[in-house]
Write a new protein. Structure first.
Length: 200
């Protein structure tokens, strides 16, 4: 299966998926990185990892149209958003159920426009919750809203700051995203309205 990773920042999750693929932990091959910014650190990671990359700037339907055209041209089967901070909408009918995102909190909490990166972890700390984690979900035409595939949790410690909490959450992300991709590869994810059933 051919996977593209969409990113806007440093590209750590992108690199994790590439490494999982090359170790055989997922069956897919990461064939393309798409960045929403020319200055994203993930582009340098893509060069170092010898993964083709391109930049698609803009916003709104024009941005989405250009991204999905690039995915079609590259014959991509699954798109994985990993630190992609722009709304990717509308999603064409042919791509419904083929776009995943990972969010560094337990949806539906701490989500929506503006909730990305350390801003999420700062909000978690400000709320005083004791548990946080990450969520992999299918994308729809709203921020952080589509049906949830899986979640992983970790504790929020009394002496955490956004940096230490982000590191603990990312360790869970490194496990969650490959697991979700494997389930997709195996045809085990069935979307039923707002829910995703994992088939045996």
């Amino acid at each position: 299966m051919r996977v593209a990773v969409l990113l806007s920042g440093g590209g750590r999750s992108f690199e994790n998926l590439v490494e999982c693929s090359r170790r055989g932990e997922i069956g897919s091959q990461v064939v393309l990185a798409i960045s929403s910014s020319r200055t994203a650190g993930g582009l340098e990671r893509a060069r170092r990892l010898s993964v083709p990359s391109l930049v698609v700037e803009g916003r709104g339907p024009e941005l989405a149209g250009a991204v999905f055209a690039a995915l079609d041209e590259a014959r991509v089967d699954l798109a994985c958003l990993a630190g992609w901070i722009k709304l990717l909408a509308p999603i064409p009918p042919a791509w419904k159920g083929r776009v995943l995102n990972i969010h560094p909190a337990l949806l539906p909490s701490f989500a929506g426009k503006g909730f990305w990166g350390d801003k999420v972890h700062e909000a978690v700390l400000a709320a005083g919750v004791k548990v946080t984690g990450c969520t992999v979900h299918f994308c729809d035409d709203e921020y952080d809203h589509g049906p949830i595939v899986l979640q992983r949790t970790c504790p929020v410690l009394d002496d955490d700051d956004a940096h230490t909490l982000a590191g603990r959450v990312f360790e869970e992300e490194k496990k969650a995203y490959p697991e979700a991709v494997r389930l997709f590869e195996q045809g085990r994810l069935k979307i039923e309205g707002r829910r995703v059933r994992v088939l045996r």
